[in-house]
Write a protein that binds this ligand. Structure first.
Ligand code: G6Q
Length: 552
């Protein structure tokens, strides 16, 4: 099952694929075609270049592609072994080769009754055992049966975690806030900057507060520091004899460290090595979300994830939404020089979705070597960013419309409003459709002149257009649709990682900074003048200056 060396999956740099030069030739022959001309030449385009998957209607027509482009891109995915890798991932092979791990987030949402045996164990049964425990616990807290150390029910829940143990839960909590318990306060603390925990707890009553310490490893500096501060805050509020175990639960894979911290493993919700941090919001890492929305809604979200997994597994690549979106990203990144990709949800509840996607995409595919350790030879992950519309329209959209970089965009909206107040929603949707239209079709100098604009302003008012976008239209923001959206992007990332030939499931690039911070900390705090000779002169000087400002 799998191969630690990576050789089973390693197909070398993507430039060695026979399809790559064909794509290069296709791009070189692109000529003066524009989104406008593509539509003018092909009346069926708007109807044809759409895909419906799991309640997501995706309009892919406003892209700089022809049917031939898409066919070539699909051939590239085949040539890079995407179908085999999907198969390998979903059957538990160790496709995270640099960490020698299976990559089984898909198992987290498989329905009860299905079976997936990994190393002799049915992981689906294990997943549902944990989900059952999470549901029981959530119900006890939500019903008020669970009492704090002074006998009061819990009215505030603080998730402590960072990276994959924070971004998913906080994104999903905000996305589904309209379905959450409004009489319970939810907070998310991640930063080691003391401001985060101080502000999160400043107005809370310790006797009614529960901390969910979420950490796969349970050794992460930020999370452990915040958890210790949370414990001190509880003790200082409740007195030294308080039973803090009534106010702490742990979500982790590391029972030994949970115990060492002082949390009873009976109050621990486990998950598994084969769940990567940024792929973990649907594991026990989602406990704070389940506390907010309840177990049934959480299960609905898992169904949405699972439906998209099924779409990935069973759809032909040419009609496979995550595969097509992933390939479009490769097309722009490597053949049009696009350096970034913007995600524009026209849904205020998705305010943290771009931040969530930043980790998912850039930590996964921000890599420079192939599985076999060779230089990748092409540009890999774009820089992902975004903001909910319409706010961005009054800020950075100027660059999207008239700036020099090409920034492919994903527009995303729900036809049914969650808060159907007045005519807000129709206005919102008129804006999203207008923006995608203007990006794609622009306004020519002749059209500007025809609108009566004086000649000296014509150049300034020309809208170049020809800027590609995907529009994703969903019916309604629900736990199910949120799950399907997250899984969609997880599989976009998989597609791109397989094409580029990188390990999308490791993150070695974040380690050295942690190691250096570990070396610098004692130097910043030591009583004696520290030996900073291991550091460069700039870092050493800054460290000494900091010590001096702090009177050390
Ligand atoms: C995600 C990364 C990273 C991780 C955090 C928190 O894929 O591995 O963001 O989630 O560093 O790690 P712990 O959950 O172990 O505290």
């Amino acid at each position: 099952m799998g191969d630690a060396s990576g050789s089973t999956w390693d197909r070398g740099p993507v430039t060695t694929s026979a399809v790559w030069p064909e794509l290069q030739a296709h791009r070189a022959a692109w000529g003066s075609r524009t989104i406008r001309s593509l539509f003018a030449e092909d009346r069926g385009r708007a109807g044809r270049l759409t895909v419906d998957a799991v309640g997501i209607h995706a309009d892919l027509s406003k892209h700089l592609v022809t049917d031939e482009t898409l066919a070539l891109l699909v051939r590239l995915a085949e040539d890079r072994g995407l179908p085999e890798r999907i198969d390998a991932m979903t059957s538990g092979a160790r496709i995270n080769t640099t960490e020698h791990r299976s990559v089984l987030h898909v198992a987290l949402r498989m329905p009860r009754g299905e079976t997936l045996i990994v190393d002799g164990v049915d992981v689906v049964t294990e997943v549902h055992d944990v989900l059952g425990r999470m549901a029981d616990f959530s119900e006890r807290v939500r019903s008020g049966e669970w009492k704090g150390s002074t006998g009061k029910p819990i009215t505030a829940i603080v998730n402590i975690g960072i990276g994959g143990s924070d971004l998913g839960p906080v994104m999903a909590y905000r996305a589904l806030r309209h379905q959450s318990r409004r009489d319970i306060t939810f907070r998310f603390v991640s930063n080691v900057d003391g401001t985060d925990i101080v502000e999160a707890t400043s107005d809370l009553d310790p006797s009614e507060t529960m901390f969910v310490v979420s950490s796969k490893t349970f050794v992460t500096q930020e999370t452990m520091t915040n958890a210790l501060t949370a414990r001190s805050w509880l003790i200082s509020g409740l007195g030294p004899d308080a039973d803090v175990s009534k106010h702490f639960v742990a979500v982790s894979t590391n029972a030994a460290e949970v115990e060492r911290f002082g949390i009873d493993t009976a109050a621990m919700f486990g998950f598994w090595e084969w769940v990567g941090g940024r792929y973990s919001m649907d594991s026990a890492i989602g406990l704070s979300l389940m506390l907010a929305i309840g177990a049934d809604a959480f299960r609905d979200m898992l169904s949405g994830f699972h439906a998209m997994d099924e779409h990935l597994i069973h759809s032909d690549l040419s009609r496979n939404l995550p595969v097509l979106m992933g390939l479009l990203g490769v097309w722009y990144r490597d053949f049009w020089g696009a350096q970034s990709h913007v995600v524009l949800p026209y849904e205020q509840y998705l305010e943290r979705f771009p931040a969530y996607l930043q980790q998912l995409t850039m930590e996964s595919n921000g890599k420079s070597v192939t599985l076999g350790g060779e230089p990748v030879g092409v540009d890999t992950s774009a820089i992902w960013w975004g903001e909910p519309g319409t706010n961005g329209q009054h800020s950075f959209y100027q660059l999207l419309h008239q700036g020099t970089p090409l920034v492919p965009a994903d527009f995303l909206f729900f036809a049914q409003p969650v808060n159907g107040v007045g005519d807000h929603h129709d206005k919102l949707i008129s804006n999203v459709l207008a923006q995608a239209h203007v990006l794609g079709f622009g306004r020519t100098a002749d059209e500007v002149r025809a609108a009566g604009v004086p000649e000296d302003l014509v150049a300034h008012k020309v809208m170049p257009g020809n800027r590609p976008s995907t529009t994703l239209m969903l019916d309604r923001l629900t736990p199910y649709s949120l799950g399907s959206l997250v899984a969609l992007y997880e599989h976009v990332v998989l597609t791109q990682g397989v094409v580029w030939g990188v390990d999308s499931f490791d993150q070695w690039g974040v380690e050295l900074g942690k190691e250096m911070a570990g070396k610098l900390l004692p130097a910043l705090t030591a009583d004696d003048i520290p030996d900073l000779s291991a550091f460069d002169a700039s870092t050493a000087t800054l460290a000494l200056r900091y010590r001096s400002v702090r009177g050390r």
